[in-house]
Design a protein around this ligand. Structure first.
Ligand SMILES: [Fe+2]
Length: 134
């Protein structure tokens, strides 16, 4: 059974406009993946969506890391390590999915992305924004 869309709510707002904007786009991208898998879209379209999620994540992390650095955020290393671990996980799933589209990896990938985006925003980024805004 495919996963339901993530519903965007104001609870996701962390109060740093540029990051809020990107979080919204990431949620929209992840929902696009859910829809593509639900609708059994072709492999090419799913791969395009995955590629767009991955590049948006990379750009988002780079921006977040520069914001943290700029403010000498004390948990920078920890937060950056979280970003790197997640990129590794998602890249690994994408590689496996591309090698074997019917291999059941898409479900694990969807679950990982859903759990990640929610906890990334509500936990790590919220903590960061509270400290940065002091
Ligand atoms: Fe973020």
């Amino acid at each position: 059974m495919a996963r339901a869309d993530i519903e965007w709510t104001d609870d996701f707002l962390i109060g740093i406009a540029e990051l809020d904007h990107e979080h919204r786009s990431l949620v929209a991208d992840i929902n696009r993946l859910h829809r593509a898998l639900r609708d059994h879209d072709g492999r090419e379209k799913i791969q395009q969506t995955l590629g767009s999620i991955l590049s948006r994540m990379q750009a988002h992390f780079a921006l977040e890391e520069s914001v943290m650095k700029e403010h000498a955020y004390p948990h920078y290393r920890e937060h950056k390590a979280e970003h790197e671990a997640l990129l590794d996980t998602v890249t690994g799933f994408i590689v496996r999915f591309e090698a074997e589209p019917g291999g059941g990896f898409s479900k694990a990938l969807e679950e990982t992305l859903d759990e990640w985006i929610v906890s990334h925003i509500l936990t790590s980024d919220r903590k960061m924004s509270l400290m940065l805004k002091g």
